[in-house]
Design a binder for this molecule. Structure first.
Ligand code: SF4
Ligand code: SF4
Length: 406
C-alpha cells in the first residue's frame, strides 16, 4: 500500500488505515483441505453472491474510498468469467489494491499439469484485469503432502509450469502458506512438557525453511503466510464465525504455548529468505504475537476500517469471525457504527486484519500516545526496531506490487 494520496494519510492520522473489504463471493469449493470448513466434503450450506449484489458492494467500496478489496471464496475461480468481469469493474471504479487467490485447481484439471496454451490464456486473461496481487495456496514443502491435503493431484507441477507464463504477462504470483502441522511434510507432533519446546521450535524452523526454499524453487517471487485459525481457539468460542475458513482439525489446532513457538520460529526464519523472495509477513507482528501477551497487540480495525462481506447474505460484518454482529448491507452505515464503537478487538490473529492493524496501530500510537505506548509495552524496543525494518523492506519492495518482479 502506498501513501501517495492524502486520503490514505488522513485515514492513518485519524485513527484507522486505508479501508479494506474482504468479499466472499462464494463458499463453494472443489478442494479437500482439512484445515478449512468449506472443503468440498463439508456439510455446510453453500451460497454465492449474484453479480448484481457484488457490483453494488463494489460501488459502495468505491464511494466510501475503500483502497483494498479481496475477492475470496471458497474457490473464487470456479466463477472464472464473472470474477474477471468483477476485477475489471472494481478497477474501473478506482479500487487500487485488488486481490484474489486460488487453490490452483485450473493448473491440473485432470490430475496432471495443464497444457502451456491453456494456462497461458488464463494468465493473459487475468493479467488484462486490474488485479494487483494474486496468490496460490501452498500448504507444505512436500509436494505429496500438499496435493493430498488439497485433494488436487498434479497441482504443484502445474504451478511450476504456470509461474513463468504469468511472469511473461507481467503478473508475479505469491505462494500463500496457511500455517499447519504438515508444513514440512510429516505432521509435527504436539508440544509436550516445557522440556519439549526446543524440539517443537526446531521442527517449525525446519518446516518454514523448507517451505520458503520450495517456493523459491517453484519460481515464486513473493510469499505470504496465513496464521492458523482453529475453530476451537478460545478467543472465538463466543462468536458465530460467518467465514468458514476455520476448522477444528488438529492440523491447525495449536495451544497458546505452541502458537508462541510457531510465531517465533517464523520470525527467525524469514530474514534468511527476504533477499531471495519477497515475504509479506511483518516480523514486528510475529514478534508481538510470539510474546503471548495481549498488551503487545493493537486493537483490530475489523468493523472500523476493515469489513467482511458474507456470501450468504451479502451483508457487511466486522470480520469473518464476529458473525453475531451483522452490520447490514450498507457500507456507509456499517462504517458509522464502527466509528461509534471504535476499534477494540484482539480475539484472533487473522492475518488479513491483524497484520495491517498492528502496523498502522503502532504508527498511530507512536505519533499520538508515545508515553502511553511505552507504559503499555507497545514501544518495546525490539518491536520498534522490527517495525522500522519492516517498513523499509515494504518500501523497497513497492508494498509487494504483484505487477513488478521484485
Ligand atoms: S482452504 Fe481454500 S481451497 Fe481449501 S477447502 Fe478452504 S476454500 Fe477450498
Ligand atoms: S481480532 Fe479482528 S479479525 Fe479477529 S475476531 Fe476481532 S475483529 Fe475479527
Amino acid at each position: 500500500m502506498t501513501f501517495r494520496n492524502p486520503p490514505d494519510l488522513r485515514a492513518i492520522f485519524s485513527g484507522g488505515s486505508p479501508g479494506q473489504v474482504v468479499i466472499q463471493i462464494t463458499n463453494y469449493c472443489n478442494a479437500a483441505c482439512p484445515q478449512c470448513g468449506m472443503r468440498k466434503t463439508a456439510s455446510i450450506k453453500r451460497h454465492q453472491l449474484d453479480d448484481l449484489r457484488l457490483r453494488k458492494i463494489l460501488d459502495q467500496c468505491s464511494r466510501n474510498g475503500i483502497a483494498a478489496v479481496s475477492l475470496t471464496g471458497g474457490e473464487p475461480f470456479i466463477r472464472l468469467l464473472e470474477l474477471l468481469d468483477l476485477l475489471n469493474y472494481a478497477a474501473h471504479w478506482g479500487i487500487r489494491y485488488l486481490r484474489s487467490g486460488t487453490n490452483g485447481y485450473m493448473f491440473a484439471p485432470e490430475g496432471k499439469a495443464a497444457g502451456i496454451e491453456e494456462i497461458g490464456s488464463f494468465a493473459k486473461a487475468l493479467s488484462a484485469t486490474g488485479i494487483r496481487n494474486f496468490w496460490i495456496s501452498l500448504d507444505s514443502a512436500d509436494t505429496r503432502t500438499h496435493e493430498t491435503m488439497r485433494g488436487l493431484p498434479g497441482v504443484v507441477e502445474g504451478i511450476r509450469r504456470a509461474l513463468p507464463l504469468f511472469h511473461a504477462q507481467g503478473l508475479y504470483l505469491a505462494a500463500n502458506l496457511g500455517i499447519n502441522r504438515n508444513v514440512a511434510g510429516a505432521s509435527i507432533p504436539p508440544l509436550g512438557d516445557p522440556a519439549d519446546e526446543p524440539r517443537f521450535f526446531e521442527a517449525f524452523m525446519a518446516g518454514f525453511t523448507a517451505f520458503f526454499a520450495k517456493a523459491v524453487d517453484l519460481g515464486f517471487t513473493t510469499a505470504n503466510v496465513c496464521y492458523p485459525m482453529s475453530s476451537v481457539q478460545a478467543g472465538l468460542a463466543d462468536e458465530r464465525p460467518v467465514y468458514g475458513a476455520i476448522s477444528g482439525d488438529p492440523v491447525v489446532d495449536f495451544s497458546p504455548a505452541e502458537l508462541r513457538l510457531v510465531f517465533k520460529a517464523l520470525l527467525e526464519v524469514i530474514p534468511g529468505f527476504r533477499n531471495r523472495i519477497r515475504i509479506f509477513t511483518p516480523r514486528s507482528v510475529l514478534y508481538a504475537l510470539s510474546q503471548g501477551d495481549a498488551s503487545f497487540l493493537f486493537p483490530c480495525l475489523g468493523g472500523y476500517a476493515y469489513f467482511f462481506v458474507d456470501c450468504k447474505d451479502g451483508h457487511f460484518y466486522p470480520c469473518g469471525y464476529r458473525g453475531n454482529e451483522d452490520m447490514g448491507e450498507d457500507l456507509e452505515k456499517a462504517k458509522a457504527q464502527g466509528r461509534r464503537r471504535k476499534p477494540f478487538c484482539a480475539k484472533c490473529h487473522w492475518e488479513c486484519f491483524r497484520d495491517p492493524s498492528q502496523l498502522f496501530g503502532l504508527a498511530r500510537y507512536m505519533i499520538r500516545h508515545p508515553v502511553l505506548c511505552f507504559i503499555k509495552k507497545r514501544l518495546d524496543p525490539r518491536m520498534l526496531k522490527l517495525w522500522f525494518a519492516d517498513m523499509g523492506y515494504y518500501i523497497r519492495n513497492n508494498f509487494f506490487d504483484g505487477r513488478r518482479p521484485g
